[in-house]
Design a protein around this ligand. Structure first.
Ligand code: DQA
Length: 144
C-alpha cells in the first residue's frame, strides 16, 4: 500500500510556530515517526510539504495511479481552497483530512473545511498523533 502524505503552508515551521497550539515537534520529526510506523505496517510512504496551493493541486493530480491513499493536512487552504477540493474530487483517491489542532475548538473561520465533504474521513486534535492515526486508518480501513 502506498500512502502520500501532503502538508500545506506554514507546516514547515512546526516546532517554532505557535508551539502552544501545534506542539514542539518539527515536521521532520513527525515524518520520521510516520516512516517508522509505516514500515511496521508494511506501507510505503511519500511525505511532502509546500507553501503553494497549486503545488498541492499538482501533487494530488499526479497521485492518480501512483498512490492508494492521500493523507492531507492542507493547513490554511483547508478553509479556503476550492481548487484543492476539486482536485481531490477529480482524482477519486481516498483522502484523509488531518489537522494537528482541534480546529473546532479554535476561531470560527477554522470550523469550515472546504475539503471535508470530498474526504473519506477527518482526524483532528491529536497533535503529531493525528498523522499516525491517519496511517492506521489508511491501512486498516481503506485497505480492506
Ligand atoms: C492546521 C489547522 C489550520 O486551521 C491551520 O491553518 C494550519 C494547521 C492543523 O494542523 O491544526 O496551518 O491544519
Amino acid at each position: 500500500m502506498k500512502i502520500l502524505f501532503l502538508n500545506g503552508p506554514n507546516l514547515n515551521l512546526l516546532g517554532l510556530r505557535e508551539p502552544e497550539i501545534y506542539g514542539s515537534a518539527t515536521l521532520a520529526q513527525i515524518e520520521a515517526k510516520v516512516r517508522k510506523h509505516a514500515a511496521k505496517l508494511g506501507a510505503e510512504v511519500d511525505f511532502r510539504q509546500t507553501n503553494l496551493e497549486g503545488e498541492l493541486v499538482n501533487w494530488i493530480q499526479q497521485a492518480r495511479g501512483n498512490f492508494d491513499v492521500i493523507v492531507l493536512n492542507a493547513a490554511a487552504y483547508t478553509h479556503t481552497s476550492v481548487a484543492i477540493r476539486d482536485a481531490i474530487s477529480a482524482v477519486g483517491i481516498p483522502t484523509i483530512e488531518i489537522h494537528l489542532s482541534n480546529v473546532h475548538r479554535r476561531e470560527e473561520f477554522r470550523h469550515k473545511s472546504l475539503i471535508s465533504s470530498v474526504c473519506r474521513g477527518i482526524i483532528a486534535g491529536f497533535g503529531p498523533n493525528s498523522y499516525l492515526l491517519a496511517l492506521e486508518a489508511a491501512v486498516n480501513d481503506i485497505r480492506n
